[in-house]
Design a protein around this ligand. Structure first.
Ligand SMILES: [Zn+2]
Length: 486
């Protein structure tokens, strides 16, 4: 292993002795059972029992992005305040976390850059400084505004039942996390989600400023919204709060859409605070389901693929937040290149070559199903028709779990078509490691091998259909959007 700062911590040591009797052998490092695990059960348990802890964030991200098993990266804060970084499947994390005492859980998801994500919000204000603000009422109005824009921009219908609403409020602070479980959509990455949130907040601020009389009132798209929803102007003004420094602004934190952002997990507290995120009294999302389901749904980049329609939303056509500060060593050209980039540079380079004479237009990395979708322009050769399409583009899909790639198509006549998968070349596979935990019979059977295409299709079972649904519903690129660029 070349990750020099990686060190394995036995969960018993990591979590204390109170979980000692409940850890299955598979987690303590004994060799996994060689019995085949039924796919549905494996899906339930998660594909991997890997548990690797790192001292540096860069190392955990490198580790996660070099494994086939669909891991996620998390942060733990210890009582000393030190943060450690964990690579694990979320089901395993929940298994261990739920065995800890509530007041000693302090874990965060790392919202990895360039990863498809849910729409999420951090809502907060100081109650002492804003004694006449009713957070619950403000939140209802804010949610209606977000739903208004989701419908206006993308035709997506959304209500309280699609919003996981978690509460971490105290006597002094109103604090909520909202995770939107849109019925058919996710965002390309958290920059795009953030651009959408900032757009909403800016419009609310503009509306309130206009109503405050200092400026000439201008027509605003929120005018119709408040009329239709019977919302009073003073209720809109109430969305603006004062912070402890005396500055005013909307009660939605717009600073949580940054690179590799840490976002606190369900049932976790900030260290020493003992105010865990719990379901709010107003939550209407899946009121009957288990805590584990809530936990998994609360993860921003864990996209469950049980929807039969999934769109990847982009806000700002270049999909990069050019307003954010350049990070150290980054230049503007690198940022432009990032529009195409996935977190897997070696695979990006290989697909860029495989797409010749075309290019990668953009990519979507789905962390949970462990796929990268590359939209290709300049090469419309489709294996289904055996020639170039006239107007519809193709996409190349890399299946990281099986280290292979295949072609799909945006032409409606090719819906459901998937080419024979081809193994990634060895020099690319070299960067994605197998793990002992992947030695499950299913993975052996689904090894990418063009001579076994029938086996390949049948083994994916319903899972494959779900993936097909996802891959079929990513929206095609309008031809005019790239004609000037190439
Ligand atoms: Zn086609």
């Amino acid at each position: 292993m070349n990750e020099t700062s990686a060190f394995s911590v036995n969960p018993r040591v990591f979590y204390g002795e109170n979980v000692q009797n409940s850890i299955p052998n598979i987690v303590t490092g004994n060799k996994p059972s060689s019995q085949p695990v039924p796919f549905k059960l494996r899906k339930l348990l998660g594909p991997s029992s890997i548990w690797e802890v790192f001292k540096k964030q860069a190392d955990v991200l490198t580790f996660v992005n070099s494994r086939k098993c669909g891991l996620m990266s998390f942060v733990f804060q210890q009582n000393t305040g030190e943060r450690l970084f964990l690579a694990a499947h979320p089901s395993w994390l929940w298994y261990h976390d739920s065995n800890k005492k509530l007041d000693s859980r302090s874990s965060y998801e790392i919202i990895q850059e360039l990863t498809v994500c849910k729409l999420y919000f951090d809502i907060e204000f100081n109650k002492d400084v804003n004694p006449f603000h009713n957070g619950v009422e403000m939140l209802e109005i804010f949610i209606k505004i977000v739903c208004f824009y989701l419908y206006k921009l993308w035709g997506i219908q959304c209500s309280r039942r699609n919003i996981l609403d978690m509460d971490s409020s105290t006597n002094k602070k109103f604090s909520r996390h909202l995770i939107f479980q849109l019925p058919n959509a996710v965002f390309r990455d958290n920059y795009n989600a953030g651009n959408f949130v900032k757009y909403i907040c800016k419009n609310v601020q503009t509306f309130v400023d206009n109503m405050s009389g200092d400026n000439c009132p201008q027509t605003c798209e929120l005018d119709n919204f408040i009329a239709e929803n019977n919302i009073q102007i003073h209720q809109m003004k109430n969305l603006i709060v004062t912070n402890s420094n005396g500055k005013t602004g909307i009660f939605c934190d717009q600073g949580v859409y940054t690179k590799n952002r840490h976002f606190r997990l369900f049932k976790s507290s900030k260290i020493g605070k003992q105010t865990p995120l719990v379901l709010s009294e107003q939550n209407e999302y899946k009121p009957e389901c288990s805590e584990e389901e809530i936990f998994l749904d609360s993860l921003i980049t864990f996209i469950t693929n049980d929807s039969d329609k999934l769109r990847v939303l982009e806000f700002q056509s270049d999909s990069v937040d050019f307003n954010r500060k350049l990070t150290k060593g980054e230049n503007i050209q690198q940022r432009v290149n990032n529009v195409k980039a996935s977190p897997f540079p070696q695979i990006d380079r290989f697909i860029e070559c495989a797409a010749k004479p075309g290019h990668i237009w953009r990519s979507f990395y789905f962390q949970a199903p462990n796929l990268i979708v590359y939209d290709i322009i300049g090469n419309r050769f489709c294996g289904n028709v055996g020639r170039q399409h006239k107007s519809n583009n193709i996409k190349l899909i890399v299946d990281l779990s099986n280290a292979c790639y295949y072609q799909k198509c945006y032409d409606p006549d090719c819906a459901g078509y998937k080419s024979v998968p081809v193994s990634l070349p060895y020099e690319v596979q070299f960067h994605i490691h197998d793990d002992l935990d992947c030695e499950l019979s299913l993975l052996e059977q689904t090894e990418c091998n063009s001579s076994k295409v029938d086996d390949y299709n049948s083994l994916f079972d319903d899972h494959d259909n779900e993936l097909s649904d996802i891959l079929d519903t990513i929206e095609d690129i309008p031809v005019e959007s790239f004609s000037d660029n190439f």
